[in-house]
Design a protein around this ligand. Structure first.
Ligand code: PRP
Length: 183
């Protein structure tokens, strides 16, 4: 497929095939844990949009889907630490088994904030699923229950992850060339 973004990618970190294989495994594991529990898949926008779409289809458990949009990076390359709810959940999550779906767990600011928030909104349980985990950058004590891939401290884009809102539609996880973000 033709891509004008390819020139900006240094290397592919996780291929499309590796992503789909891992999602199938995660879907099966989640099915085993949540069968009969009517969980709520709660995606953290915008980064989660592709992962969410593939994960819910890989996990054919009776469930529903909800989204929250937060932002803490404001186009910077590292988290400001202040998490802002840009679009809140539109339903009552009291007594629901919430499966939080994230594209990446980095400093942990976002998920530390959201775990607390969903608790105060009455969730029965909170399970964190992240496609990517960058443990080397963690500043908050947050761990995911399900991790797709552990990645090194490199600037990753694609499959939902952005740089300045772009590259989200790159179908794989790639590392951005440093000259792109130091321009
Ligand atoms: C990204 C990503 C996570 C968060 C992880 O969101 O989608 O939500 O950062 O980083 P943290 O662990 O350091 O908090 P971002 O704020 O860039 O918004 P986006 O999802 O719209 O890209």
């Amino acid at each position: 497929m033709r891509s004008e973004m390819e020139n900006d990618i240094l290397k592919i970190l996780v291929t499309e095939e590796q992503i789909q294989t891992r999602i199938a495994e995660l879907g099966e594991e989640l099915y085993q844990e949540f069968e009969g529990k009517n969980p709520l898949f709660l995606g953290v926008l915008k980064g989660c949009f592709l992962f969410m779409a593939d994960l819910v289809r890989a996990c054919q458990v009776k469930s529903d889907v909800e989204y929250i949009a937060v932002s803490s990076y404001e186009n910077a390359t590292s988290s400001s630490g202040r998490v802002k709810i840009v679009h809140d959940i539109q339903q009552d999550i009291t007594d629901r088994h919430v499966i939080v779906v994230e594209d990446i767990l980095d400093s942990g600011n976002t998920l530390a904030f959201l775990s607390e928030y969903f608790k105060t909104r009455g969730a029965a349980s909170i399970t964190i699923v992240t496609l990517l985990d960058k443990p080397s950058r963690r500043t908050k004590a947050v761990n995911a229950d399900y991790v797709g891939f552990v990645v090194p401290d490199e600037f990753v884009v694609g499959y939902g992850l952005d740089y300045c809102q772009q590259y989200r539609n790159v179908p794989y996880i790639g590392v951005l060339k440093p000259e792109v973000y130091s321009r």
